[in-house]
Unconditional design. Structure first.
Length: 591
């Protein structure tokens, strides 16, 4: 079928390069200005490799590509690959440098894409909205840069290929996006709408396009089912009938929450504004004003027909942006409801950055165009630049929280390790979560706490259950009960907000507790009497409790600390990153 070309080649000149450079400058200030003070957070402890050996890397890469964990072979393969490259180039700082390059690449790809379908003003504002997208606060998180943002890279490459009529390559690229992180995949349904003409030919193209994407999705689901992938297998059958309603609700709530953050983020930034932020946002403010200085190329007037030059009419862009925004939440039912505004959970808004940025750009484009009619374009540009500087200020607040969280972790683990010179196989350490310093925009302590000790030290390979550290609520021991009316092994389960624990009665009395999910499934486990360590914060310092605790009528013996005990294990890959290069000695404080 002969079809006239819709888009010409995107021209790249000195202005284009300078625009991309200024966008990257804004990204650096907004997200990576304090990179020297960043560390590892939450999922990073599983995905990001620091000081890994090559055999460790090969093991992880092979497992990702062969077992398809969570149905994301590429998403589990790229983080160790990119982080081991960064580690060899310059350690954790270089790893963050790669994260910066990925976000910069995506922003420039989106800018070039929007130039093909809209005006220069829309392209610039869309790119700015994408890199500063306030609903997703995880741009700094390395795992998200290497897994989620790379999924967006594949998506954007696929979008460019589709508009260039290289459909096979486009579908391969979006399949790679699906196998990296799936939430952006449904948004690709809207790509044919960026054609110049909305006619019957477009209807046929949309139908064919939807069938191809559905086929790709079904093929991937089939492979995941054949492999026995846990996330699909664990979907409760009773929830399936209500799934369409859940998806529909997500496609309404998600867009509303994500777009409201464009109002919330500047307000929060102003609440914490100071002279330091004023100085830091000066460069992004000036860069934004320069980016907007040129008149929009082509009218942004609402028009029933497409404007010339391959661009869509503004009303078409509005409708397409809204559709993309809704499609971004079609697969968010595993994180329902999609209303997170702080922390790692805001990644549920990742894909909405595509449609949300376009919608944001359309609004600002019309504001600037309206001001231009009254020769007030410069004033509109100043207001727009000030608004962007507030978004940058919000991002600087997020950076400060990331830096504080890393300081909290380093201080905590340095103190904890000093109090644990006698840890052995099956040692369980409980840290009472009272007066521990906390952060809001990224967690200082997370599900990953139990797997960190095994990365700080290389424990003997014959150990069955290496030491694990858990942070527990203050009343973690509440709710225990003794079962005495049964024989050996009789048990009574207690599930309270404070703890998941139980005690068994009879000849084999012992405690059991529900081990929370980490890199293992949640399960019941026997308390190793005499091999349990309890740490608490007292007068701002971490201390170790000694002696015996009587809980539910049963004595629990805490692990005694031998006099003069010192750590003798080989340092693991995270020791120098999290603890520091100075040796840990004895000098513990116990009570």
């Amino acid at each position: 079928m002969n079809r006239p070309p819709v888009y010409g080649a995107t021209s790249v000149n000195k202005d284009t390069v300078l625009t991309c450079a200024l966008l990257c400058l804004i990204i650096f200030v907004a997200h990576f200005l304090n990179a020297l003070h960043f560390g590892l957070y939450e999922d990073d402890y599983f995905f990001i490799s620091t000081n890994w050996s090559f055999p460790d890397f090969l093991r992880e890469a092979r497992a990702a590509l062969l077992t398809w964990p969570q149905g994301r072979p590429i998403g589990f393969f790229l983080p160790p690959v990119l982080s081991i490259v960064g580690d060899r180039l310059g350690g954790l700082t270089a790893i963050y440098g790669i994260g910066f390059l990925i976000l910069g690449l995506n922003t420039c790809l989106l800018y070039l894409f929007l130039r093909r379908v809209g005006t220069e003003t829309i392209a610039v504002m869309g790119a700015l909205a994408y890199c500063l997208f306030p609903a997703d606060t995880t741009h700094i998180l390395l795992t998200h840069a290497f897994q989620l943002q790379t999924a967006m890279t594949f998506w954007l490459v696929g979008a460019h290929l589709y508009l260039s009529d290289r459909r096979v390559l486009a579908y391969l690229a979006v399949t790679a996006s699906l196998l990296s992180y799936e939430t952006a995949f449904p948004v690709f349904l809207a790509i044919p709408l960026f054609r110049k003409a909305w006619d019957r030919a477009l209807s046929r193209e949309l139908f064919r396009h939807a069938l191809i994407l559905a086929g790709i999705m079904l093929a991937v689901v089939a492979i995941r089912l054949l492999q026995g992938e846990e996330r699909l297998g664990n979907l409760p059958a009773e929830d399936l009938p209500g799934l369409p309603i859940t998806i529909a609700k997500s496609m309404v709530m998600g867009p509303a929450i994500s777009m409201l953050q464009f109002a919330y983020a500047p307000i929060r930034a102003q609440l914490y504004w100071n002279w330091e932020l004023t100085a830091l946002v000066a460069a992004p403010l000036a860069a934004t004003f320069w980016l907007l200085r040129q008149p929009a190329q082509g009218s942004t007037q609402d028009s029933p027909t497409p404007v010339t030059g391959g661009r869509l009419a503004i009303w078409q862009l509005y409708l397409t942006a809204i559709l993309m925004l809704c499609l971004a939440y079609a697969l968010s039912f595993t994180h329902y409801p999609p209303v997170e505004i702080f922390g790692r959970g805001t990644s549920v808004h990742l894909a909405s950055a595509l449609g949300g940025s376009l919608l944001f750009a359309c609004v600002w484009s019309q504001i600037i165009d309206f001001a231009n009619r009254f020769r007030l374009r410069s004033i509109a540009m100043v207001i727009c630049s000030l608004y962007v500087s507030l978004l940058v200020g919000y991002r600087l607040l997020i950076q400060a929280d990331f830096a504080r969280a890393w300081d909290n972790q380093r201080s905590f683990w340095t103190s904890a390790v000093e109090l644990l010179p006698d840890i052995t196989d099956s040692t369980v350490i409980f840290v009472v979560d009272k007066d521990l310093p906390q952060t809001q925009l990224i967690l200082s302590y997370s599900w990953a706490n139990p797997i960190i000790l095994a990365q700080l030290f290389r424990f003997p390979e014959h150990w069955v259950n290496p030491p694990r550290l858990f942070i527990v609520p203050e009343l973690w021991f509440m709710g225990l009960s003794m079962v005495t009316d049964g024989g050996p092994g009789a048990a009574g389960d207690v599930a309270t907000p404070q703890a998941q624990t139980r005690a068994t009665g009879g000849a084999g009395k012992h405690f059991e507790w529900m081990v929370p999910t980490a890199t293992w499934e949640s399960h019941w486990e026997i308390f190793p009497d005499g091999n349990v360590v309890l740490l608490e914060v007292e007068n701002g310092k971490l201390v170790r409790r000694q002696g015996t605790m009587t809980i539910g009528g049963l004595d629990l013996n805490l692990k005694p600390l031998p006099a003069g005990a010192t750590l003798s294990y080989e340092r693991g890959p995270l020791f120098d990153v999290l603890i520091g290069k100075s040796a840990i000695t004895s000098g513990t404080r116990t009570q």
